[in-house]
Ligand binder design. Sequence first.
Ligand SMILES: Cc1ncc(COP(=O)(O)O)c(C=O)c1O
Length: 470
Amino acid sequence: MPACDVTPEPYKGRSYEETMKIKRSNIAPTKVPAYSKPLLLTQGKMQWLWDDEGRRYLDMFAGIVTVSVGHCHPTVVGGLKEQLDEIWHTTNLYLTPPMHEYAEKLTSTLPDHLKVCFFTNSGSEANDLAIALARQYTSSFDVISFRNAYHGGSPYSVGLTAHGTWKHSYPNGFGIHHSMNPDPYQGVWGGSKCRDSLVQADRQCGCDGECEAGERYLEQLKEVLDYSVGGRPAALFAEPVQGVGGVVQFPKKFLKKAYELIHERGGLCVSDEVQTGFGRLGSHMWGFETHGVTPDIVTMAKGIANGFPMGAVVTTKEIAQAFTGTLHLNTFAGNPLACTVASKVLDVIQGEDTMGLCRRVGERLIRGLATLRDEFNIVGDVRGKGLMLGVEMVQDKGSRAPLSGPDMLEIWDNMKNMGLIVGKGGLRGNTFRLKPPMCITEEDADFTIGVMRKCISDFANKQPQRKVTI
Ligand SMILES: Cc1ncc(COP(=O)(O)O)c(C=O)c1O
């Protein structure tokens, strides 16, 4: 494990057993298994986490892509400490310096037409508000998103989310339609050269020039518009790279053509940057820029404030104006503490060349992960860009059938036991997700690859048919 010069304070809080007892009695049950034995994490510093027994872990998941610049980054902590003695809350009925300064700073990173901010407390709230804005502005109701998308769990946004695993049986998604997911690896039409990634999908395609798969998925979107939408759509929602869905990248140019189609039909395009924003993709500040598109509304959360609860919707003056007919209030929106933290996060991203780090370390990481795909038959796909990477685990390369839940858990547990925390995602939970705080080093990348190789190899060695290399 790479060295670390931080000595954690010994943990003196409630014991693991007592905490688990409270979890079982007083915390809402969840279907998501957090390892066979859940982790009790008590301290964090930059890319490192410590558990109650003082064991150190490399955090390659950042609290689900949220601790953007590092746990307890000193610049962010310093800013927050100062603000704690100034003012905590007033509501945005009044002017406060942190909210106004942050709105100016944030919009300076976006294209000129995106100038007006609504602040929220989460990504789900941001997407709810974006749906409402689009419907109000267009006077239309129909909204489209892609299968395999995750846009939130609130009553409105869960309708955009197109993963059965996240749906309850209560009515949701009225007026929301899901188009076929343009996935070059698992989709019905594969693509072997169309991803904006250093690693391409291991699928056959006969494309020469234009990407055939991209065109066919676009036809599917046209069909949704023609068959399911009555006239003008309100909006299309898309993640520039699908996050919870397992780091799925659309064929290049697909999103650009999808935006053109929606705009032709009078709808708005919304870019959900909750995971892809703030430089994570390494080449641009915003995921939509990597597709060469300009959205009408951008939603963001998670990494915006390094773990402090906050979200935002940024849009044009005209669209925002459509929301002034009635009152709109969100009590905590623009909270001075949250805006101070978010402001410091932007200072770090811009001052420490965070985007350059994502590009440099991300390249090393994805090249290393690609060697795992070459070595193991159960590593089906490696994809992504910058520090948003996915490793899809399969039963074998030929079938592309997902590696089972218990098999994934075994490998995942073993990585954790060796000090590596990664995420899991995809409809069937068979994609390892690597989305660390944007401060990891090349050495951390090498450690990650080494641990993954060891755990995958130990697993494959127990089942010789899976050891096949290509
Ligand atoms: C792309 C995307 N949009 C929206 C959300 C919802 O954000 P929140 O959990 O803050 O409500 C998420 C959460 O994972 C997300 O990944």
